[in-house]
Design a protein around this ligand. Structure first.
Ligand SMILES: C[S@@+](CC[C@H](N)C(=O)[O-])C[C@H]1O[C@@H](n2cnc3c(N)ncnc32)[C@H](O)[C@@H]1O
Length: 233
């Protein structure tokens, strides 16, 4: 009975929690009372992060039918699910243009209709950039998404530095494949290097702003840059 009420996204950790470490118990309690976890379960999203992208896109309308999207750090695939629906990459709505979604991650991602995944691929490796360029229609993307996060070291500053390094590599990829006028959403953890990321984005895009969607927990250092109107060099 108890298992039935646990959202799918928690099941793996629930098993761990049954061993009753206090931190794991706290985590489980938070998951079970989180409205976004419940909504992800009822709407069949792979995790609650789907609602961060939904909120950003509902407000700023960056995903349109027919668009090509690259989803960096795509596992387990919730952002890709949202992108598939919004760019019509399954071609389900025949009256609309059909888009494409390519997700990249170090981890395995379960197959998703309408998306192609480059699993076991590191965004920091130039061979990933080359492979992506080969797969993209006309070697161009309309939107780059990045919800990447390195494994947490437990040292906030180090985690911040590692994520900024990954984001800078993702921006190298962006310069190669994003079409002029395209958009980007990029997660970062706030810290002393955030301005460096913002400076680079401001050179690349006409409009750069920070957004903190409701599904992003207040206590988290996580923030997103939304960058629009890419200026190709
Ligand atoms: C917060 S999760 C992304 C969740 C995803 N947006 C979703 O909605 O399902 C962050 C992901 O970044 C991936 N990641 C971390 N470092 C990476 C790297 N160097 N290259 C590609 N992916 C990476 C992790 O493996 C992890 O799956």
């Amino acid at each position: 009975m108890m298992w039935k009420s646990i959202p799918k996204s928690c099941i793996h950790v629930s098993a761990v929690c049954l061993k009753k470490s206090p931190a794991a118990k706290r985590w489980l309690e938070r998951q079970l009372s989180d409205p976004f976890v419940k909504a992800a379960h009822s709407q069949d999203y792979r995790c609650r992060s789907a609602f961060k992208l939904i909120e950003i896109d509902d407000k700023y309308k960056i995903l349109k039918p027919g668009y090509s999207v690259v989803d960096c750090g795509a596992a387990p695939g919730a952002w890709s699910q949202v992108a598939v629906q919004r760019v019509n990459s399954t071609g389900e709505r025949t009256e609309l243009s059909k888009g494409s979604v390519i997700g990249i991650d170090l981890l395995r991602i379960a197959p998703l209709d309408g998306a192609q995944f480059l699993c076991s691929h590191d965004i920091m490796n130039p061979s990933t950039h080359m492979e992506l360029e080969r797969l993209l229609p006309e070697a161009q993307a309309d939107v780059i998404l990045s919800d990447m996060a390195p494994n947490a070291s437990g040292f906030r500053e180090l985690d911040h530095e590692n994520l900024v390094t990954m984001c800078l590599s993702m921006l190298d990829l962006t310069e190669r494949v994003l079409r002029t006028g395209g958009s980007l959403v990029c997660k970062y953890w706030d810290g002393y290097l955030a301005h460096k990321l913002q400076q680079r984005l401001s050179l690349m895009f006409k409009d750069v702003r920070t957004v903190k969607p409701k599904a992003s927990r207040n206590e988290s250092a996580e923030v997103y840059f939304l960058a629009r109107t890419f200026k190709k060099r």
